[in-house]
Design a protein around this ligand. Structure first.
Ligand code: GAL
Length: 804
């Protein structure tokens, strides 16, 4: 199934509401926090003055505000940015009307080791930096008087991560006020059974928590709404809420002609649960539901709603480039839009529970998600990672992860671990795999439990434990073909592949069929790399454990038994700058760079995975006379491509021998290279690349010129440098200054360069390969925002953004 152009267009305008299960009285609690970085003092005491602390709005990542340095204990693998200890405080009041209510604070995620106090009372600690959790504040609150909540975040013990983690309360915070008897936190679990085109049974389990001293006889009214908010079915159940505990209430409601959730039409129902005592409403809770069935077959792969679907996914880490890890819904949505337009239909949340907003968007936009909990178990990967807390924390964290996410229709797989060290050696991994998979299944038996294995052999403790009949391989591409004989009876998915490397817009002058596996030893510095730490963006460099994009894509598309594949990675991320080390500080793996600009291989996938007409030729056409240049084309919807240099044909090529590209070796002459794709002799598309002359003028283009004046929304503005005829200057590195007027701020700047040490929080950026990005954020005031870009010796540019 390929996404239609219409769908892609529609997805751009998707209304971004949350789809997660939630109380309707839940309020956002992100405003008016105070912040201080301090590794020495303790600020838990509510009486301490914090009026001279910095004021900020959450989500917040303090690491991204710091300077790059090789001295930070996070190392280049962690993004070479600072950690430390940060304190957050907020003073707030609750009204007297809340007196007989329960009040909970919920954190979507804090990195890491958070400790929380309310009015000096200690509430607890959570080590896991990606888990969501809540505390009951009720008994410590003073109504009508100021209350002080204090959060200590300790990310000082590093390295604790193999990638950039960010630091702080980097996700949203919520305050929920409820009657004493209410629907529990993560209190619903909705499943569909007996799904056919004419009907489906929707099974709803609702947990009712009674904090009072007596039992109560109550009613639960559950109503199902369709996408357009039409009421389509409902059911009422009488129940006894037993005091001091939470009891599950089961309901099954049948509906007619169900619309199924799919990647091309992610149809969502809303289930509203109202807890009542006669005419009094005690609680209202909303759960989004997608009706879908799926199965896997040893030989034929993955099926969604009975139809074969190849999972064409990517792995991503959680940072949002220049914004760091501070969650921003629009920034996540933009990433998903770029991936969807590429034909991608799957996301693996490597290697941790994601921001709830990511799953909300995957529900709405149609992605098949592998939702992962751990990158390590008891055996560590970095000195201070979660393995330290494993014995005490893993059961609670795993349970909380499943309870939080099990209503998201986009989640199909639970991954209990990535490249877990316990795969190898002594057999402790077997018992652990069984323990974790049974914790998951006890809470959700409707999804598939997997792990990302990089030991494909029969000694793999996780696979041989029998934890699952589906096996995920990370890499090990040479073993894919033998999978069914190695693991008879098991189904196959590639949880991670590729790890190809590229710097956008950089091309080495070696024949492009020269494949390099860099670094040749992963534990040794790269000796034959480029002095400027670039990696050639022809698809010809990969990590030694990986493959080029085309190598793994070809296998995926030609083998039905491979259910799907999650490519490492969709986007470049901070940290892990393979194949280099410092001064590089971010990855080269992305199909798309850190700024969100596609590298050339993006169009390889788009040509293979969509019906969008594609003809992409590269590299640029600014070379030295005497150079011989490989010109590569990715195309679809056509039989052949003809290439012309200054009007002279260089021949017609057609994809042969299973290849997914065509190419020409061309002695360089200044001028125009033109490619024409043809089907049945008719021209489909024409693309030209031209030799750029002297730099002349900047140009600004925005992904959206109309944004919401909510203090959160973003416009991503691309700046490009052209010659006087409008040809991109492919090697331009000019320093561009940005100025902004009107009700907006610059939230970040970037150019996708993995080696740059310039701050992301600045109003200037050098171009890389002729391009850079400036991210503009609205304020809460509507109006016109004007952004101007200037650079020495070239014509300036400006653009206006309307904030409504
Ligand atoms: C994998 C690992 C990823 C990342 C990748 C880089 O083995 O699961 O987290 O490190 O290698 O190629």
């Amino acid at each position: 199934m390929k996404p239609t152009a219409l769908y892609i267009l529609l997805s751009v305008f998707l209304f971004v509401a949350q789809t997660r299960a939630q109380h309707l009285t839940r309020e956002n609690f992100d405003q008016d926090w105070k912040f201080k970085l301090d590794s020495v003092n303790n600020y838990a005491n509510p009486g301490l003055a914090d009026n001279n602390w910095r004021s900020l709005q959450l989500p917040h990542d303090w690491s991204i505000e710091g300077s790059f340095s090789n001295d930070h204990p996070a190392t280049h693998n962690g993004g070479a940015l600072p950690g430390g200890i940060g304190w957050y405080r907020k003073t707030f009041t609750v009204t007297a009307s809340a007196e007989d209510k329960r009040i909970y604070i919920e954190f979507d995620g804090i990195y890491c080791n958070s400790e929380v106090w309310i009015n000096g009372q200690y509430l607890g600690k959570r080590a896991h930096g990606y888990i969501s959790f809540q505390y009951d504040l009720t008994q410590y609150l003073h109504s009508g008087k100021p209350n002080v909540i204090v959060v200590k975040v300790d990310n000082s013990l590093q390295p604790n991560s193999r990638w950039y983690s960010g630091s702080g309360i980097y996700r949203h915070v919520w305050l929920t006020t409820l009657a004493s008897t209410h629907i529990d936190h993560w209190g619903t679990f909705v499943r569909s059974n007996h799904i056919s085109s004419s009907s489906a049974d929707i099974h709803i389990e609702t947990k009712i928590r009674n904090n009072e001293a007596r039992n109560r006889k109550l009613q639960l009214v559950t109503t199902i709404y369709d996408r357009n908010r039409n009421k389509i079915a409902s059911g009422t159940k009488e129940l006894t809420a037993v005091h001091g505990t939470a009891v599950p209430v089961e309901q099954t409601i049948s509906i007619n002609n169900p619309q199924r959730w799919s990647v091309n039409d992610p149809y969502l129902y809303t289930i509203e649960s109202i807890l009542k005592d006669g005419n009094t409403e005690l609680d209202k809770y909303s759960t989004t539901h997608g009706i879908r069935s799926f199965s896997m077959d040893i030989d034929k792969g993955f099926f969604l709603n009975g139809e074969h679907l190849k999972i064409r996914g990517v792995c991503n880490h959680h940072d949002l480039g220049a914004l760091g890890t501070a969650v921003n819904t629009r920034a996540i949505q933009r990433q998903l839009e770029i991936l969807k337009a590429m034909g991608c239909n799957g996301i693996r949340t490597s290697h941790n529970p994601p921001a709830p907003e990511l799953l909300d968007l995957c529900d709405k936009m149609g992605f098949i998600v592998v939702d992962e909990t751990f990158d390590m178990w008891r055996k560590s990967k970095t000195t201070y990672d979660y393995s330290i807390y494993w014995d005490d924390e893993h059961q609670r964290d795993l349970r909380d992860h499943i309870l939080r996410d099990r209503n998201h229709p986009s989640v199909f797989f639970w991954s209990i671990g990535n490249e877990i060290i316990e795969q190898w050696g002594d057999s402790t991994g077997m018992a652990m795999a069984l323990e974790l998979s049974s914790i998951v299944r006890a809470l959700d038996s409707t999804r598939i439990v997997i792990a990302g294995n990089n030991e494909p052999g029969l000694n793999n403790n996780l696979i041989r434990s029998g934890m699952s009949d589906v096996v995920g391989y990370n890499y090990q591409q040479a073993q894919w073909k033998d999978f069914r004989t190695t693991w008879p009876g098991k189904k196959f998915i590639v949880t991670e592949s590729t790890s190809a490397l590229a710097t956008r817009g950089h091309y080495d002058k070696v024949p492009f069929h020269t494949i390099r596996r860099w670094p040749s030893r992963w534990d040794k510095p790269l000796l034959d790399g480029n002095a400027d730490h670039t990696v050639s963006a022809y698809d010809h460099v990969s990590a030694p454990w990986g493959s080029t994009h085309e190598e793994s894509l070809t296998l995926l598309e030609n083998n039905d038994f491979i259910s799907g594949m999650y490519i490492w990675t969709g986007f470049d991320y901070l940290g892990e700058p393979t194949p280099y080390t410092w001064p590089s500080r971010s990855s080269y793996f992305g199909i798309i760079d850190l700024a969100g600009f596609p590298k050339d291989v993006y169009y390889l996938y788009q040509s293979a995975w969509t019906n969008t007409p594609v003809l992409h030729i590269y590299p640029h056409w600014n070379w030295k006379s005497g150079d011989t240049v490989d010109v590569v084309a990715y195309y679809n919807n056509a039989d052949e491509v003809e290439l012309f240099l200054n009007g002279r044909s260089l021949g017609i090529r057609t994809k042969e021998n299973g290849k997914m590209h065509v190419n020409w070796r061309v002695p360089f002459v200044e001028g125009t290279v033109k490619a024409v794709s043809k089907k049945n002799g008719q021209t489909v598309l024409v693309k030209e690349i031209k030799t750029a002359a002297a730099p002349a003028s900047l140009q600004l283009t925005a992904d959206r010129q109309l944004i919401t004046a909510d203090g959160k929304d973003l416009s991503f503005i691309t700046v490009k440098l052209f010659d006087k005829k409008g040809v991109l200057i492919p090697d331009a590195k000019h320093l561009v200054q940005f100025s902004i007027s009107g009700p907006g701020t610059i939230a970040g700047v970037d150019n996708g360069d993995p080696v740059s040490h310039d701050s992301f929080k600045a109003s200037q950026r050098k171009l890389m390969a002729g391009m850079a990005l400036v991210i503009v954020q609205s304020s809460r005031k509507p109006g016109t925002i004007t952004v101007t870009a200037t650079a020495d010796g070239v014509k300036a540019a400006n653009i206006t953004i309307n904030a409504k």
